[in-house]
Design a protein around this ligand. Structure first.
Ligand code: SF4
Length: 178
C-alpha cells in the first residue's frame, strides 16, 4: 500500500486491511498487562491454591502470569497468599521494596485481607497496612479461578480500563515507568 493511500483511509478501513493504529503508551501497557510475573512468595494454605493456578487444569499461563520469579527484582506482582504474621510483615515489606516499579499487590484470601479467623495478637489484620493492595480476592481459600480473575482485573488496571468505587476511570501506568 502506498503511503498516501494510508493517510486517505480512516481507522476502521485500516483495521479491515489488517493495519492496527495505537499509541506507544497503550502498546507498552498491553505488553505489560500480558506478562505480569509474580514473586515466589507464599505464606499459608492459600499458597497451595496459588500454586494450583499454574497447573495444567487452571493454566494461568493463558494470561502470562505463570512465571513465578525467585528474585523480587524480576517480579511485577506480589501475591500475598495466606495469613501474614506480625513477625513476617517486615520481611514481606522488604520483598515488596526490592521489586522494581511499576509493581502491584494481590491480597489473596480472607486471612490476608482481614485476618480471617485469626483475630489475635500475632496476625496482621489487613496486609494493606503493610503494602498497598491493588486487588483483594475473597474466600478461604479462594479457588485458582478466583486468583486468575484477580489477575485479569489487574490487567485491566494496568491497561487503564479499570474504574474505582466512585466509577472514576483509573489512569494507565506511564509507559516510561521502570
Ligand atoms: S484464607 Fe483460609 S486458606 Fe487462606 S490462609 Fe487463611 S485459613 Fe488458609
Amino acid at each position: 500500500m502506498a503511503l498516501l493511500d494510508l493517510f486517505s483511509k480512516d481507522v476502521q478501513e485500516l483495521e479491515n486491511e489488517g493495519i492496527l493504529m495505537t499509541s506507544l503508551e497503550k502498546l507498552v501497557a498491553w505488553g505489560r498487562s500480558n506478562s505480569v510475573w509474580p514473586a515466589t512468595f507464599g505464606l499459608a494454605c492459600c499458597a497451595i491454591e496459588m500454586m494450583s493456578s499454574t497447573d495444567g487444569r487452571n493454566d494461568m499461563a493463558r494470561f502470562g502470569s505463570e512465571v513465578f520469579r525467585a528474585s523480587p527484582r524480576q517480579a511485577d506482582v506480589l501475591i500475598v497468599a495466606g495469613r501474614l504474621s506480625k513477625k513476617m510483615a517486615p520481611v514481606m515489606r522488604r520483598v515488596w521494596e526490592q521489586m522494581p516499579d511499576p509493581k502491584w499487590v494481590i491480597s489473596m484470601g480472607a486471612c490476608a485481607s482481614s485476618g480471617g479467623m485469626f483475630n489475635n495478637y500475632a496476625v496482621v489484620q489487613n496486609v494493606d497496612s503493610v503494602v498497598p493492595v491493588d486487588v483483594f480476592v475473597p474466600g478461604c481459600p479462594p479457588r485458582p479461578e478466583a486468583l486468575i480473575f484477580a489477575v485479569m482485573q489487574l490487567q485491566k488496571k494496568i491497561r487503564g480500563e479499570a474504574i474505582d468505587e466512585g466509577l472514576t476511570k483509573l489512569p494507565m501506568v506511564e509507559a516510561w515507568a521502570r
